[in-house]
Design a protein around this ligand. Structure first.
Ligand SMILES: [Zn+2]
Length: 148
């Protein structure tokens, strides 16, 4: 893979989160050099055509909630929040899908089609050694963040 200029980097569930020189968080996925398919978290082979010719892809920070659920029970749990919390599949502005928790609002207020933007959150104590991870927060009424 080709490199992406990064500042601080951490990971969560195999996904790469960077803090760029401008201080804005970005997720890094992959784009297939053969068919153009994008994916997050990054994979070794294209989920579209199986090619191993991939490049790192800094993803747009904004997207919309494609589907979601509200988690009321503990157990395996999230390193982001205690129940109840919302977790969603978010379609980013370039069409890449990201699975992430929704923070910064009542989980009951999350809706399909809701505009959201990438944010960073302090992780709860965990066995993975992760201290900072990513989530999305409502973007209505504020700047949705810079696209790709
Ligand atoms: Zn491909």
């Amino acid at each position: 893979m080709t490199g992406v200029d990064t500042g601080r980097e951490t990971s969560h569930l195999g996904g790469r989160l960077i803090t760029g020189p401008d201080g804005d968080p970005r997720l890094i996925g992959i784009r297939c050099l053969d068919c153009g398919t994008g994916a997050f978290p990054a994979t070794d082979y294209c989920p579209g055509c199986g090619s191993g010719s991939l490049e790192d892809l800094p993803l747009p920070r904004a997207g919309t909630v494609w589907t979601y659920t509200v988690v009321y029970m503990g157990g395996y749990g999230s390193i982001v929040a205690d129940p109840p919390y919302a977790t969603a599949f978010i379609e980013l502005d370039d069409g890449t899908f990201v699975h992430a928790p929704i923070t910064g609002c009542d989980p009951e207020s999350v809706r399909v089609g809701m505009e959201v933007a990438l944010t960073t959150v302090e992780a709860k104590e965990n066995d993975l050694g992760i201290t900072l991870t990513y989530a999305f927060e409502p973007a209505v009424g504020r700047e949705r963040g810079v696209g790709s």
